[in-house]
Design a protein around this ligand. Sequence first.
Ligand code: ADP
Ligand code: ADP
Length: 232
Amino acid sequence: MISVEHLTKAFPGPTGPLRALDDVSLEVPAGTVCGVVGPSGAGKSTLARCIPLLERPDSGAVRVDGTDLVALRGGALRDARRRIGVVPQGDSLLRQRSVAGNVALPLEAAGADRAERRVRVGELLELVGLADKAAAYPDQLSGGQRQRVAVARALAARPRVLLADEPTSALDPTTTASVLDVLERARVELGVTVLVVTHDMFVVRRICATIAVLDHGRVVEHGSVLDLVTRP
Ligand code: ADP
Ligand code: ADP
């Protein structure tokens, strides 16, 4: 499970420090999907960067299975970071590498040998329904297929948590559903805990058990979707 405790992050603003995250706490039970929603400027992307320590929070803790990533430095932080797989915002695949090559990137970084990479890449492409696209290049794929490759890549190093920042923002409803199905498969088949930043209530209704609503850097609602949103 992942818990975020009293996370704070300020940026210099025109009239003094602007608190993009102001004492943000949330808890996602193991093997569930939590949606992070809220208006533009609420702090969602800042949270999505601070949780995997892509950006360092000013204070607070990010615990994955008990370990606080914020307290770690150097090699220990690098290792602990692998527990969080990130699907970055926007189109994040390397154009000059094949689908298999993109999925293999974290495995290369982790020093996996060729045979291990091949087996693992095969499993991951199977999981996201793109086994027949291993040799294709990102430009030959649809937007939804590219996002599924990004999910496969995020899962390559066997993270315990998957963090996806607006994974369906540029997609139509059908394609959105295919990407959400892949996140749901990762949860069910791999047991990963999923945090998904979204502005789309369809995403919330379709896969989220809980949500955290951010506004002006603060959590204004956090709890079960059944309690906070009506199901379709
Ligand atoms: P959201 O993703 O919910 O739209 P963001 O996390 O992008 O919100 O932004 C939250 C606030 O922090 C906004 O007021 C934004 O202008 C500010 N902010 C985000 N990143 C930076 C940055 N690198 N430098 C200065 N201000 C930033
Ligand atoms: P690129 O040309 O994009 O660099 P590579 O041929 O180097 O791609 O392959 C990258 C990684 O993907 C390698 O680790 C390889 O083992 C793996 N890989 C390549 N093709 C497949 C495939 N069809 N099934 C599974 N893994 C593959």
